[in-house]
Design a protein around this ligand. Structure first.
Ligand SMILES: NC(=O)c1ccc[n+]([C@@H]2O[C@H](COP(=O)([O-])OP(=O)(O)OC[C@H]3O[C@@H](n4cnc5c(N)ncnc54)[C@H](O)[C@@H]3O)[C@@H](O)[C@H]2O)c1
Ligand SMILES: N[C@H](C(=O)O)[C@H](O)COP(=O)(O)O
Length: 335
């Protein structure tokens, strides 16, 4: 059986990413994939020593044959740090290094050397301070690198009675700019990508999507905000005419209840902290972050760099396992 190759970028070097990459290959059979880390081999060796985890690192050039997976062995596509890294201590000088690991993984997916990329967490602030002021996250970086107009961030967990998938109409922007970012054109693109990818990548023939309102009580008939009346409802009506199964705009406070969720394939929240706290409350540590619409498969963990845990070996590896598993399943479906 040919196993899919998953390129695992190790993320912020001062965070938990490098040690999670080591932890995940301690039992590779759970993965049913060949995992290749993208990062600095000296950094990985140093974290392995620090934690007392005997992981055999095998440096491989991208494109060269990967060794067969085995417990405790981690192949590495090498990228060099700009400066040695200390757990828990951010150094913006390594911002370029982090982006280089992403570029290498993207290129490997493009060339067919990897079937998917899975990303350990990076630190957005450190990247910005390292000389990339426009950086807002993997999602937007990958969108631009892949040259697509729209991508959708969706987090998913199966820790609930029915899979819970929460997608976002807007991603990493200040709350004060959310309302103006909810436009007919943007919402139309996001919903089309979400519906198409739920079919293509998740095998859901006609996905039912619940759409949140933006304002309290979905605007209370215009008394608490007019975005539902002026933008969201007309956009949904037009897309329903195209055959999409859309419910809403619904008040977000009561949408996340079994009465609604039991009959839905995904929820579209209008902004980051409208949807993700619910998803993370239900499944933190057992959820994956998926970028839809890239033309390639990318998943990630549901948590950040956890600088407070870096170098302790105490960070939970559950979400990384889920991210790898979802990437593997999506890859299998794409073939
Ligand atoms: N996929 C990604 O790249 C990603 C995802 C989320 C946040 N971030 C970034 O990470 C940085 C730090 O963000 P934050 O502090 O808001 O969130 P965080 O997830 O790093 O930390 C929040 C809390 O969760 C705990 N935690 C996180 N991961 C854990 C794990 N694997 N096991 C056990 N506990 C864990 C931390 O110790 C902390 O108490 C920010 O720059 C943020 O943008 C990146
Ligand atoms: N919004 C994500 C979360 O809360 O988990 C996180 O910031 C990562 O986003 P990117 O995958 O775009 O870096």
């Amino acid at each position: 059986m040919t196993l899919p190759v998953l390129a695992l970028t190790t993320g912020e070097p001062a965070g938990v990413g490098p040690e999670l990459a080591l932890a995940v290959v301690r039992d590779w059979r759970q993965l049913a994939a060949t995992v290749v880390a993208v990062g600095d081999p000296d950094l990985l060796a140093e974290r392995s020593r620090l934690l007392g985890w005997p992981i055999e690192l095998e440096i491989v050039s991208p494109g060269a044959e990967l060794p067969p997976p085995s417990d405790g062995r981690l192949p590495v596509w090498p990228v060099s740090l700009a400066r040695p890294s200390t757990p828990g201590r951010l150094d913006p000088a390594n911002a370029g290094y982090v982006l280089e690991t992403l570029d290498l993984a993207i290129e490997a997916c493009r060339r067919g050397a990897a079937d998917a990329m899975v990303t350990a967490p990076l630190h957005k602030g450190a990247i910005i301070e390292g000389g990339y002021p426009g950086f807002t996250g993997h999602t937007e970086y990958l969108r631009d690198a892949c040259g697509v107009e729209e991508v959708v961030m969706m987090l998913a967990t199966e820790r609930t009675s029915r899979p819970l998938r929460v997608a976002l109409a807007t991603t990493h922007l200040p709350l004060s700019r959310v309302a103006e970012a909810i436009t007919d054109a943007g919402l139309t693109r996001v919903i089309r990508v979400l519906a198409a990818e739920l079919t293509r990548r998740f095998g859901i023939a006609s996905p039912r999507i619940l759409v949140c309102g933006l304002n309290p009580h979905a605007g209370e008939d215009g008394h608490l905000g007019r975005e539902e009346i002026e933008v969201i409802a007309p956009t949904l009506a037009r897309l329903r005419d195209e055959g999409l199964d859309l419910v809403g705009p619904l008040p977000a406070d009561t949408l996340f209840t079994p009465r609604h969720l039991d009959h839905a394939d995904a929820v579209l929240a209008m902004y980051h902290d409208q949807g993700l706290p619910v998803l993370k409350y239900a499944g933190f540590g057992q959820a994956a972050n998926i970028t839809l619409g890239l033309g390639m498969v990318r998943t990630s963990v549901d948590h950040g760099t956890a600088l407070d845990l870096a170098g302790t070996g105490l960070a939970e590896v559950g979400s990384l396992r889920v991210a790898l598993q979802v990437a593997r399943q999506m890859t299998a479906r794409a073939h």
